[in-house]
Design a protein around this ligand. Structure first.
Ligand SMILES: O=c1ccn([C@H]2C[C@H](O)[C@@H](COP(=O)(O)O)O2)c(=O)[nH]1
Ligand code: ZN
Length: 161
């Protein structure tokens, strides 16, 4: 009898792939961020991406990064990690793992810590020098939340839909 097939994707490839697929739903023209929350026994619990809250139209609220603060996206957009936490309808996220395409900011770090998420796997840390990410790491370190960067395997996951 033949054994199992080779070439199947790893758990990390699977969950980061799902996080990035979720990010593809984002309407943010500059940064599309996706998140996937996973239980300790590798079950997907929730997903999210950055976007405006319900009722706040993607076509009416601003996507600008600069200009009058009230006319930029920053006051309005819900971050992918927070959306993933809020989208979860099942009870506790204690001990869960978060896969996310961008290192979480300080506001997301607060929600991650308070939700009981214990591990973060992130893809990109392009805002590492910003106060928001420095504050985030300070809180995550203090709270004992482990974080590490996803190691790219070089494999391209192609989907025809
Ligand atoms: O923890 C985070 C930090 C940021 N985001 C989202 C919020 C915005 O939509 C973009 C960042 O926009 P820039 O144009 O790169 O400043 O990323 C998030 O989801 N989670
Ligand atoms: Zn955030």
């Amino acid at each position: 009898m033949k054994g199992k097939r080779d070439g199947y994707i790893s758990w990390d490839e699977y969950f980061m792939g799902v996080a990035k697929l979720s990010g593809m739903r984002s309407k943010d023209p500059h940064s599309q961020v996706g998140a996937c929350i996973v239980s300790q026994d590798n079950k997907i619990l929730s997903m999210g991406y950055n976007g405006f809250p319900m009722g706040c139209s993607d076509d009416e609220f601003p996507w600008a990064r600069e200009g009058d603060e009230l006319d930029t996206k920053y006051f309005y957009v819900t971050h992918s990690e927070l959306n993933a936490i809020l989208n979860y309808r099942g009870g506790s996220l204690e001990g869960a793992k978060l896969y996310v395409s961008l290192f979480p900011c300080n506001e997301c770090a607060k929600a991650i810590i308070q939700a009981g998420i214990k591990t973060i796997v992130y893809e990109c840390d392009k805002y590492a020098d910003s106060p928001a990410v420095k504050a985030s790491k300070r809180m995550l370190d203090a709270a004992g939340v482990r974080y590490y960067q996803y190691t790219h395997t070089g494999r391209k996951l192609e989907l025809e839909v």
